[in-house]
Design a protein. Structure first.
Length: 262
């Protein structure tokens, strides 16, 4: 990542960019609501119905928390005229693109464009991880409240963690839809979980450690364990080990970061 996140020079966010990010947050919340109320195609949660490792339905309730946090953070940035970090422009730019990408993802999912949906999500993963890195690695902006910095880190971390899991599952779903893989086979889905976990570990290192990022992925993996508990012990074990590894890596990174600052 660039060194801009380590500068301690405070940079007030552009009011226009702050409003754009807030508007994009509103759009991403409204889009799935319109899609659901109008019964306009398949909801995003249906992507992956053909996989064994798709988390149980209750896990998708995390989107409600993510949407609430994005709205709260967007309003806070506009009101406080601060992002809680010294890299305001980069963070708000990431968030605006991320939220607009989420709206496009809803549309592509409704149209059942499996590969378009997967590609959009993969782009969202890159943007979300960068946003989480900026929020986690940037020093707090001088004069901004501590809660705003915490809100930025929790919001971006949860978002990045959940789309990391969603991106991997949507790629798997697209491969199944194309007939390249059988969604009822256990073997390759064990490897799929392992690959997603390895990517998550790498992203955790890029972010610099985030409890929120680890929590979102653990939530997805526990949901996958619940979904396959009566199907495959190997899948349950793989998901459990992956969750432990991801949480442990983030704990190590955060503890190391604390020691460096003391």
């Amino acid at each position: 990542m660039t060194t801009s996140t380590t500068s301690r020079t405070p940079t007030r966010p552009s009011p226009a960019l702050a409003w754009v990010a807030l508007a994009a947050a509103v759009v991403q919340v409204v889009t799935p609501a319109v899609q659901a109320l109008g019964d306009l195609g398949a909801p995003p949660s249906s992507q992956g119905d053909d996989l064994l490792i798709t988390p149980s339905g209750y896990t998708f309730s995390i989107w409600s928390l993510i949407y609430l946090l994005t709205l709260a953070y967007g309003v806070a940035v506009v009101v406080k005229r601060s992002t809680g970090t010294v890299a305001s422009a980069r963070l708000l730019g990431d968030l605006a693109l991320l939220y607009l990408g989420a709206s496009l993802w809803i549309v592509a999912s409704a149209l059942e464009w499996s590969w378009v949906t997967a590609v959009i999500l993969l782009v969202m993963v890159v943007i979300a991880v960068d946003a989480a890195h900026v929020a986690a690695a940037s020093p707090p902006e001088a004069g901004s409240p501590a809660w705003l910095t915490l809100l930025a880190r929790v919001t971006t971390g949860l978002y990045a963690g959940w789309v990391t899991a969603a991106g991997g599952l949507n790629v798997c779903s697209a491969l199944v839809a194309d007939g390249d893989l059988d969604g009822s086979e256990v073997g390759w889905q064990i490897w799929a979980i392992a690959v997603i976990a390895l990517l998550a570990v790498g992203f955790s290192v890029l972010i610099g450690g985030s409890w929120a990022y680890a929590a979102a992925l653990a939530w997805a993996l526990v949901g996958a364990m619940v979904a396959v508990r009566d199907t495959s012990d190997a899948l349950v074990l793989t998901a459990a080990v992956s969750a432990v590894v991801i949480v442990s890596v983030n704990a190590f990174l955060l503890l190391r970061g604390q020691r460096r600052r003391t």
